[in-house]
Design a protein around this ligand. Sequence first.
Ligand SMILES: [Zn+2]
Ligand SMILES: [Zn+2]
Length: 162
Amino acid sequence: MRIFQAKAAKLNLGDSWRLPWRLEFDDSIVPTKPSFGWEEYKKGAFARFSCSKCRRCWSTSRAMVVFHMRLLGRQGTVKVRHLRQNCKECSDAPMEEARFSPADINVLLDHLMEKIGVEFYDAMPAKKEHFKRKLDGRPHEESHCEACKQGVCRGWAYDSLR
Ligand SMILES: [Zn+2]
Ligand SMILES: [Zn+2]
C-alpha cells in the first residue's frame, strides 16, 4: 500500500491538481473479466508460499497478480487480487496466500504504473526490455495453481518481463 501510494503520487507530476489513486484488495475480481469501464493488467510475479499443513515452502515466478483499474471523475481506483497456490505434497492442502518481497512488489507496481500511464494519461509505453526473465527452470504445478484452474495462467506465463 505504501509503495503504491508513493508511485501513484508521481503519476500526477506536472498537473496543478493531484488525482488520488486508491488501492483496494478485492478477491472478487475475476481475471480476464473486468467489469464494464475497468481496465485489466495481470502479471506473473515472483512470490513465496508456505503450506499451513506441512510447513513446506516453495517459490515461483508465476504467482499471478491481477489488477483492475478505473478512473472515474477525479478518483482512480485499482483493485488487486493475487491468486493462490496450494501444496503438492499434502492431500486436501488449503490454498495459500502468496508472500511478496518489497523488491518484487516494487517491480510489479512499476509495471502497473506504466500501464496506468498508458491507459489513462496517454503516456507512451516504455521500450520493451530486451531480456527475457529467466524462469526458475522447474515445471509449473498447474494443478496447484489457482490461476491455472481458472484457465488464465497459460499464455502469459512465458512472457518476458513485460
Ligand atoms: Zn503441505
Ligand atoms: Zn499456473
